[in-house]
Design a protein around this ligand. Structure first.
Ligand code: AHR
Length: 638
């Protein structure tokens, strides 16, 4: 297939006997009579980093905010934010942050409950407000855990989930506590008929003989998680990712791997092991990351969502635009090799054995490693890439290395390009890779999103942006013999906490919703071809319609994806050359006004609609693409 033919949508040279009654604006001929290009099976996936409060308080299912007093919300000294004293029936107690009685060497602050008096029928303790509440749903059980020790009180303690007005939804008792730190785990089974979020988590005692101090740390509450993973994902946020059938997962950044300086970079070895051994970190998006979701959890997430991990490793450059000098790179490169051994090493290796001790004996089948992030901003990538490339290849010759800067004198296997452009610029890039050299270096578009207002991060997520995304993604898919990976970014935002707009998926404590761009991703990704077919256009120009066609051998399906980046509907006469299809096709169409979007108040305002349509004569039909729309037409070969 000639890329230039695709690029220009050249007029086909043969006559077609159109049988349509509606006047078509353009004729598209899908060429199943000639061999297409084989598409990379990894094409659509996700780029994920903790931005917009999307990790803690988001996809990571932990419900307690500030569970381990690692630091305050913005990375400063730890505090007791999000906790309150509970004193019922005239009882008296206080809570304090205590740095004199640490849990261990890593978590050096505890919550100290000092009980003066518990009155008959009263109670003393504390509550945690969660992340804008705690979502309790019918039929769910919740796993509470905490470390505690006391100065003299031996128990019991009551653990409860309560509405903010005091209705107890569930409670359970820890019968006794001791004088040295121990972990207590207890199940809470609320019997509720509706979902509520205006709830708090409480640990208290009603014993009138309670007095003295009780220290607490790593106070945790987990709902059921996606695929029931311990320390796992919020089920609804995991499911919305799964619904696009993603193929890969690029993590942990993005900016969030780089560090605002080298010292504050994402350190893989501080994100592994029992959560009570993780110090947490001030993330690059200006708020604290507990790192409860760490390297192993990300890899397990890939297993649960059937995604190929694309592991980004720190490569000697931070957001302060400083680079580690070439002569000093050794320990950092070695750190990456240790990380890779943790991921891929057998249990006979030091770090493979460590991974096994964390519950995952089987090595991960990692295939892709990305060296750095957006290193086109630096002038030092050549020597840094060389150091990482050489060392990784020596240890793991089969790993595919992804570069993030354009110019290197070392071999470049894959280059990560990022696009945050206005609608017209994204549309103009439909042809971006048509004539790109096919010289063995593949392309990752590791981040893209239409930013209606231009780069970067200050634009709405709306239908116009989604349609421009569809145009751009169609261009990538047409070139998916070259473009191996494509991911929209950022993936998530907590409602009201966006640091970057637009995002793919919004959520709050109660709900999750896709933006119009999410549905484009879902439509384009879930309807995946393995062969890209040439499309010839006649009697019309490229634009406002943009398209890609492909087929999937195993299911005998033909896909035509069309974006209408324009304010009037467009009718196309569509012909399949070289094949006949069943007389009924399926259309999935997303459309709306340019500014239409989804939100907490209206999460399904813009969603795709699925219908069937008739195909007369086995290979020819008309289809009208609404104004501002993205459509997938599914046809089935005879
Ligand atoms: O997606 C938001 C940011 O955009 C990423 O962290 C960074 O890689 C890019 O500049």
């Amino acid at each position: 297939m000639k890329y230039s033919t695709l690029a220009l949508g050249l007029v086909s040279s043969f006559g077609l006997a159109w049988i349509n009654t509606v006047q078509a604006n353009i004729s598209l001929t899908i060429r199943q009579d000639i061999a297409g290009n084989v598409s990379f099976p990894t094409l659509y996936g996700y780029m994920y980093e903790d931005i917009n409060h999307s990790g803690d308080g988001g996809i990571y299912a932990e419900m307690i905010r500030n569970r381990a007093f690692q630091m305050n919300d913005t990375g400063g000294a730890p505090d007791l934010a999000h906790y309150s004293s509970v004193n019922g029936g005239g009882s008296s107690s206080t809570i304090k942050l205590d740095s004199a009685v640490p849990l261990n060497d890593v978590l050096t602050h505890t919550l100290r409950l000092d009980i003066t008096q518990v009155k008959q029928g009263g109670r003393a303790g504390f509550s945690n407000e969660g992340w804008e509440g705690i979502r309790i749903q019918p039929g769910e059980k919740y796993m509470a855990s905490f470390f505690a020790k006391s100065s003299k009180y031996t128990g019991p303690l009551t653990v409860s989930i309560e509405s903010s007005s005091g209705t107890v939804l569930a409670k359970a008792t820890v019968p006794s506590i001791g004088s040295s730190f121990k972990k207590y785990t207890i199940e809470l089974a609320p019997s509720v008929k509706t979902t509520t979020t205006d709830n708090v988590f409480v640990i208290s005692t009603s014993s009138t003989n309670a007095s003295g101090s009780i220290w607490f740390d790593v106070i945790s509450l987990f709902p059921p998680t996606f695929k029931n993973r311990a320390n796992g994902l919020r089920t609804d946020l995991g499911q919305i990712l799964a619904d696009t059938k993603p193929s890969f997962f690029r993590f942990p950044g993005g900016n969030n791997i780089e560090g605002v300086n080298a010292q504050s970079r994402w350190k893989w070895n501080e994100t592994i092991g029992p959560i009570e051994t993780r110090p947490g970190r001030l993330g690059d998006w200006g708020y604290m990351n507990t790192d409860g979701q760490g390297l192993l959890e990300y890899l397990e997430m890939c297993e649960d969502l059937n995604m190929e991990p694309v592991l980004a490793v720190w490569a000697g450059y931070s957001l302060d635009q400083k680079s580690i000098a070439e002569a000093d790179l050794g320990p950092y490169v070695q750190d990456t090799l240790n990380e890779l051994e943790y991921v891929m090493g057998s249990t006979k290796t030091k770090y493979g054995a460590l991974r096994a001790s964390h519950g995952h004996a089987e090595p991960f089948d990692l295939k892709y490693v990305e060296v750095g992030n957006e290193d086109f901003f630096s002038t030092t990538y050549d020597y840094r890439y060389k150091a990482w490339y050489t060392a990784i290849k020596k240890a793991y010759p089969k790993l595919q290395i992804i570069a993030t800067g354009g110019e290197t004198s070392s071999p470049m296997e894959t280059l990560d390009d990022h696009y945050y452009l206005s609608g017209p610029d994204m549309v103009a890039d439909y042809n971006k890779y048509d004539n790109h050299p096919r010289n063995g270096t593949t392309i990752m578009v590791g981040e893209y999103a239409t930013n209606i207002n231009g780069c970067c991060g200050t634009s709405p997520a709306n239908v116009q942006a989604a349609v421009a995304d569809a145009v751009f993604a169609s261009g990538l898919e047409r070139n998916s013999d070259l473009v191996q990976f494509a991911a929209y970014a950022p993936t998530f935002t907590r409602d009201g906490q966006a640091q970057w707009n637009p995002d793919l998926i919004g959520f709050n404590t109660e709900q999750v919703w896709g933006t119009p761009s999410y549905y484009v991703q879902q439509m384009w990704s879930a309807n995946r071809a393995d062969m890209i077919l040439q499309v010839d256009a006649a009697n019309g120009n490229l634009g406002p319609l943009y398209w890609v066609a492909g087929s999937k051998n195993s299911t005998k399906q033909v896909f035509l994806k069309v974006a209408n980046y324009g304010s009037s509907s467009q009718t196309a006469s569509i012909n399949l050359k070289g094949s006949r299809v069943h007389s009924q096709g399926v259309s999935i169409v997303l459309s709306g006004g340019v500014n239409d979007t989804n939100s907490a108040a209206s999460p399904k305002n813009v969603v795709p609609k699925t219908s069937t349509f008739n195909i007369a004569g086995g290979n020819t039909f008309n289809f009208t693409f609404p104004a501002w729309s993205a459509s997938v037409l599914l046809l089935h070969n005879m």
